[in-house]
Design a protein around this ligand. Structure first.
Ligand code: ADP
Length: 488
């Protein structure tokens, strides 16, 4: 039995231990770490602080469970995921409140995340029974070529704090569908959602050892230990480009199959012929979903000169009217940022951008008092090389620059090492498609402020990542191709 914590608004007790081989336990060294409430900095829970020994025990459990789980009928794996989807939907409000409590996000964002997170289980329940193969006659005749797909093996899943449920279901869904076993290392700011999710998967019939969870404050050593273990075959990481690069270097030692969802610097482009009200609606989604704490967040706005003033005015009115407060309070539309480091970074980026010549139309100043709050902020007259245009802000800040020609705007939009997503607003579909083809990003939303969809391949180019999550591509990241040749 594990220790649990009661979180206000969450009916079920939330596990605070490690999950290894189906058993909830304390950390081997006995340590715990604090999970804070971002609205006031108080301690929400104390969670077991996993060690390198604990993660090795988790890899032991995942390796032991692998042969049996890989041989489980796809339909059975599918039904486990379907059941987990149903439980998540049924307990949606509980999960939303837990995410809001530990991450700080406003309840509408948390509810939307839960729906999105659950959908990955439904999608991959459907994918589990559609793993294809091939049977061919070799070109010279005689020999037959049989191609089949097998689970890649033990997976290490390292997740961030911004979408504590969805970033995990997006990895666990395809891992379970493919017949892989996993060791999960959730973000230290938001481990509770991962622990409750693991409990739901057990309830849905996922066997012991298939999903193991090791929260820790020592991500560096714990992750490195699991990656160096020869039984680990894959790493899937969502987080910063900086850490992704470290993990890719470590992955080289064991030649691990690697999926990386890293940072973004999404341009949001508004052409003069756009439906401006629709563009503002889209901007609110692209910028303010999750309080701007998303790798898909619109990070910089390029608005064609003739409509720039009107767009800025409308966006500032909408952003300025948001209700800022504790995420779990009804009516709040913008919660605090997740931690002190994040709010300090946003504050630094805004100050530096204003110093370089930009003006704040709304927001722009960090409030006094407890909690990690930052107000919705719109900046205009932003120079191309200002911090808000070049760094990933990860907060409620919309810096607006203007452009005259598409060529000039494309050069600016593509002048970044990142390439996750771009947003384009225009009534001219051909122009939209031309821009979509020319933008260096893995995803483009045309007249849409959100592209995330479990049924579509999510991922970036350049330093935004490797591989795709969701869609038909998503399960492929957890499968290896085997070819068998025989003469007839
Ligand atoms: P963010 O900047 O969004 O917090 P990070 O990349 O720092 O993103 O964190 C994403 C995940 O990577 C978290 O689970 C975190 O604990 C983990 N992590 C951070 N640093 C390391 C590291 N050096 N090695 C392995 N994992 C790490």
């Amino acid at each position: 039995m594990t220790t649990t914590v009661t979180v206000p608004g969450v009916e079920s007790p939330v596990p605070t231990g490690l999950l290894v081989g189906g058993e909830w336990r304390a950390a081997s060294a006995g340590g715990t770490f604090d999970v804070l409430d971002p609205a006031d900095g108080s301690v929400l829970a104390q969670v077991a602080d996993g060690t390198t020994d604990d993660v090795t025990a988790a890899v032991d459990a995942a390796a032991a469970a692998l042969p049996g789980f890989a041989a489980t009928a796809p339909r059975k794996r599918s039904e486990m995921l379907r059941k987990a989807f149903e439980i998540l939907v049924e307990r949606g409000e509980e999960f939303a409140r837990l995410m809001s409590a530990e991450n700080g996000k406003a309840l509408p964002d948390a509810r939307a995340e839960l729906t999105y997170a659950a959908e990955f289980f439904r999608w991959f329940a459907e994918e589990a029974v559609r793993i294809d193969g091939d049977y061919r006659v070799a070109p010279a005749g005689g020999t037959r070529t049989v191609v089949t797909h097998q689970p890649v093996g033990v997976c290490l899943l390292v997740t961030p704090w911004n979408f504590p449920a969805a970033m995990l279901t997006r990895k666990l869904g395809p891992a379970i569908a493919a017949g892989c076993t996993s060791v999960v290392k959730p973000a230290e700011d938001t481990p509770l959602t991962a622990l409750l999710l693991a409990q739901v998967l057990a309830e849905a019939g996922v066997p012991d050892g298939v999903v193991n969870v090791v929260p820790t404050m020592n991500a560096e050593d714990v992750v490195a230990t699991a990656m160096a273990d020869p039984r680990t075959r894959k790493v899937s990481f969502t987080g910063s480009t900086e850490v992704g690069k470290i993990l890719l270097k470590q992955a080289a030692d064991q030649v691990l199959v690697s999926s990386m969802e890293l940072g973004g610097n999404a341009p949001f482009i508004v052409c003069e012929d756009a439906d401006l009200d629709a563009a503002v609606d889209g901007a609110m989604l692209a910028k303010m979903r999750n309080g701007g704490e998303a790798c898909t967040a619109a990070n910089r706005f390029y608005v064609q000169a003739g409509v720039a003033a009107e767009f800025a005015e409308k966006l500032a009115a909408r952003m300025g009217a948001m209700t800022v407060g504790r995420g779990t309070d009804e009516g709040v539309t913008l919660g605090p940022l997740v931690n002190e480091e994040t709010v300090a970074k946003v504050d630094r980026i805004v100050r530096s951008t204003v110093e370089s010549g930009a003006h704040a139309v709304t927001g722009g100043t960090r409030p006094e008092g407890a909690g990690f709050f930052y107000p919705p902020t719109v900046l205009v007259d932003v120079p191309a090389d200002a911090a808000a245009m070049t760094e990933e802000t990860f907060g409620p800040v919309a810096p607006i620059a203007t452009f005259d020609t598409d060529e000039q705007m494309l050069a600016l939009a593509n002048s970044t090492p990142f390439g996750l997503v771009a947003y384009v607003y225009t009534r001219d579909l051909a122009r939209g498609l031309r821009l979509a083809e020319a933008l260096e990003s893995g995803m483009v939303g045309i007249n849409r402020g959100v592209v995330s969809d479990p049924a579509a391949p999510f991922g970036g180019v350049k330093q935004s990542g490797l591989g795709r999550e969701g869609g038909h591509e998503g399960i492929g990241e957890y499968l290896t191709t085997k070819y068998v040749s025989f003469p007839l």
